[in-house]
Design a protein around this ligand. Structure first.
Ligand code: SF4
Length: 385
């Protein structure tokens, strides 16, 4: 099938197959114009002229991690300057500040099961009165709700029961698939020393989130040595989960940027045209999905991604750094607003859960959200601006 035939098929609301998507990729390598314009048309059909973001504070709860990914600069060893161990009091102070800044989301991030490897992590938990990181996360999630913020936890591979517990307080949760290829976990590859990043393990957690009906954010890290086929297969793996459970609320496409203190420091950042092609392909594979790129990782050109299919900028903090990409400051919300407007889009603030998924959460959480919610089920403009 010719590229244009596959793209027309998508415009007629028909599903594109993996083989067709691979073919579209091959042809788009030579000339991506038609792919980009199709992605754009679908984006307008399903998302109108709105682009959303979540106004958040990033809580770097604990950044010790039992795994090692060769691109990661977030993880810290005991004694390192960048080590973060937030006490209940630290969390409380930060929540109060976040409320002052009218943040909506409390993003709770940890390394992968720190207490499984580090005595220091076990002591930190004991000092705060807990045995495990997920137990502590459940507690601080309640604290966030009490302060009027909405928790979204990203703590790696949690068990079914841990997620079930966190579901009571978290309006959504996050876990990057990264890539569905086993090859990237082989010797010499980025996930060789990260058991939690094995696709089978990640997909199982995402399956469990589906069984629990948790609105889930997932995504792919683009440019870490994958083949185009592997990244396209990863998009299809996410689609398959969503077709089965209907709980994937958003797909993040994150472009790899090398970090100085990592094993991949000399590796090139993801090529922008390649990245845009993957973004546009994601839109044609999942036309109705919420698709996000982090604007801080494409600081000069993020607004140009509005014309290849994205409809969200993810969490932006006016208060805290992006601890996962500390050298890439988030653009000011005002600037993102201006640049979105110039490209023809209205910037609106959403909750860490997208409106389509509100029925997934409890009445208690919905009641709390309704205090700052507008008629579009987004955050009232006078609250976040
Ligand atoms: S990316 Fe996550 S799992 Fe990998 S080393 Fe960093 S904190 Fe650990």
């Amino acid at each position: 099938m010719l590229n244009s035939e596959s793209l027309n098929k998508v415009l007629e609301n028909k599903i594109i197959s993996l083989e067709e998507a691979l073919q579209v990729y091959q042809e788009a390598k030579v000339n991506p114009t038609e792919l980009f314009s199709t992605a754009q048309k679908l984006r307008e059909r399903f998302k109108g002229n709105t682009v959303t973001f979540s106004k958040k504070a990033f809580f770097n709860v604990i950044n010790m991690c039992k795994d090692t990914c060769t691109y990661c600069t977030y993880k810290a060893e005991p004694g390192e300057e960048k080590l973060s161990l937030m006490s209940k009091n630290d969390v409380k102070q930060m929540l109060k500040l976040a409320k002052k800044y009218h943040c909506v989301e409390a993003l709770f991030v940890t390394g992968e099961r720190p207490e499984a490897k580090y005595q220091e992590a076990r002591e930190w938990l004991a000092q705060n009165g807990f045995k495990s990181t997920p137990e502590y996360l459940a507690h601080i999630s309640e604290m966030a709700l009490d302060e009027g913020l909405f928790p979204h936890t990203n703590a790696g591979n949690l068990t079914f029961d841990e997620m079930k517990e966190l579901q009571k307080t978290n309006v959504s949760m996050g876990l990057m698939l990264e890539n569905s290829s086993e090859r990237l976990a082989q010797k010499g590859m980025p996930h060789y020393l990260a058991a939690s990043k094995r696709p089978k393990a990640r997909l199982e957690v995402l399956e469990n989130s589906g069984k629990l009906k948790i609105p889930m954010t997932t995504g792919i890290l683009v440019g870490i040595g994958e083949t185009p086929a592997e990244v396209i297969e990863s998009i299809f793996a996410i689609k398959k989960l969503h077709d089965k459970y209907g709980n994937i609320q958003e797909v993040i496409l994150q472009n790899f940027q090398p970090k100085e203190d990592t094993m991949m420091s000399q590796y090139p950042s993801a090529n922008e045209n390649y990245f845009k092609t993957i973004v546009a392909l994601s839109r044609i594979i999942m036309p109705e999905m919420n698709i996000q790129i982090p604007p801080n990782l494409s600081p000069k050109s993020y607004h140009s991604f509005l014309s290849v299919g994205i409809n969200d900028w993810g969490g932006i903090s006016p208060l805290t750094p992006d601890y996962v990409n500390p050298e890439f400051a988030w653009p000011e919300i005002k600037k993102i607003d201006e640049n979105s407007k110039k490209a023809g889009y209205d910037l609106k603030c959403r909750f860490p859960i997208y409106p389509e998924f509100f029925s997934f959460v409890s009445k208690e959480l919905r009641d709390k959200m309704s205090l700052i919610e507008d008629e579009e089920r987004l955050v009232r403009e006078e609250y976040w601006r």
